[in-house]
Design a protein around this ligand. Structure first.
Ligand code: OSB
Ligand code: MG
Length: 376
């Protein structure tokens, strides 16, 4: 497939309810979508960066510039046989994994369409449905949190993750455990603690948590290893893991016992596959993280979650938890068992509702490859 045009656009989507983490509150999302065309077919990808550099170093605006000035020129006009060739084209660009992933993943969608198979099948995924959990932001009161958890459990979700930060951690967790003694429960700190908090974090050992996600530095392995040797609750790394090398280091150093894979954070499906395989060989369970994605990013997450190493429920949940109206048809729905059925039609398996995407678009730029010169 020859990469004929690449478009990048920014859409605005308001979350139904603001999402609070230890690094800030997300509400009005500014999301970049990438559309790659080859032979008249379109593949879609999403930049999962948030608005400010507070989860990782990328932002919506840095991704726009890096895509426009560096990533798109390196990919445009190339003749590819497989999306797995994209990382080599982009190897000179350091970091900016979320910007890279949007282009690579769009090409995965294209390739699956050209082969007439679902993206999940192209990736090597076998599951027909994936297990879903929810990520609940920091709540204003513990009562409100208990009500949210009740609602999500009633909807069928298989595990509950809550965001925590210093001063808003032990009380909500202990209250949830009293109300819901048997649920799968975990916490995500988004790097809000330091190693000197280890005695405080050890109190979670009595709460039967599945894991504590990214308690320490966003780019740390060493201190997480020290913390893991001092607490019984498994540590899960999120922010720290950008690639397979990081994964090998984290496992060798015993920095964590569980990994969350986010497609954007690791630069796309090709690297995600390698991480999944490595973790499977080392008996490290993985699950799919979320970045409050629109339907396009969500569809990619569903496809990735069908790989065999994804043995724990992920942060992939129904469109209606986030948006009044998503940008794909059908929207992502969750069964009473807390699962999502994996689509069986070619590519992403969801139709991008172009009219709605156009109406939400704030800016757009399209880049076209030079016409190929016919050889006589
Ligand atoms: O750390 O997992 C995280 C959202 C934005 C930034 C970071 C994180 C999250 C979530 C949301 O937890 C998961 C979801 O998409 O529902
Ligand atoms: Mg996280």
């Amino acid at each position: 497939m020859r990469i004929d045009t690449i478009s990048v656009r920014e859409i605005r989507l308001r979350l139904k309810t603001p999402f609070e983490t230890s690094f800030g509150i997300l509400e009005k999302r500014r999301i970049l979508l990438v559309e790659v065309k080859s032979d008249g077919a379109s593949g879609w990808g999403e930049v999962t960066a948030v608005e400010g550099p507070f989860y990782n170093s990328e932002t919506t605006d840095t991704a726009w510039i890096i895509l426009r000035d560096f990533i798109i020129p390196l990919v445009l006009g190339n003749e590819l046989t497989s999306a797995t060739e994209v990382p080599a084209l982009l190897a000179a660009v350091r970091g900016h994994e979320m910007a890279k992933a949007a282009v690579e993943n769009a090409i995965w969608d294209l390739e699956a369409q050209q082969k007439g198979i679902p993206l999940a099948a192209l990736l090597g995924g076998q599951m027909e449905e994936i297990a879903c959990g929810v990520s609940i932001g920091i709540s204003r009161t513990v009562d409100a949190l208990v009500r949210s958890v009740e609602k999500e459990l009633a909807a069928g979700y298989q595990r509950i993750k809550i965001k925590i930060k210093p001063g808003n951690d032990q009380e909500p967790v202990q209250t949830l455990r009293r109300h819901f003694p048997d649920i799968k429960l975990m916490v995500d700190a988004n790097s809000a603690y330091s190693l000197s908090d280890s005695a405080h974090l050890r109190k979670f050992d009595d709460c039967d948590l599945m894991m504590i996600e990214q308690p320490l530095g966003w780019d740390d392995f060493y201190q997480h290893a020290q913390l893991q040797s001092q607490v019984q609750t498994p540590i899960c790394l999120d922010e720290s893991i950008h690639n397979l090398d990081h994964t090998e280091a984290a496992i060798a150093m015993k920095s964590c016992r569980v990994l969350n894979i986010k497609l954007g954070r690791v630069g796309g499906h090709t690297e995600a596959q390698k991480i999944e395989e490595f973790c499977r060989r080392h008996s490290i369970p993985v699950w799919c993280g979320g970045m409050l994605e629109s339907g396009i990013g969500r569809a990619h997450n569903i496809a990735m979650s069908t790989l065999p190493g994804f043995v724990l429920p992920g942060d992939v949940s129904a469109s209606q938890r986030y948006w009044d109206e998503d940008i794909i048809e059908p929207e992502v729905e969750v069964t009473k068992r807390g699962t999502i059925q994996v689509p069986t039609s070619p590519g992403l398996g969801f139709q991008v509702t172009r009219k709605r995407v156009d109406s939400l678009t704030e800016r757009q730029e399209t880049f076209t490859a030079n016409p190929t010169v016919a050889v006589m």
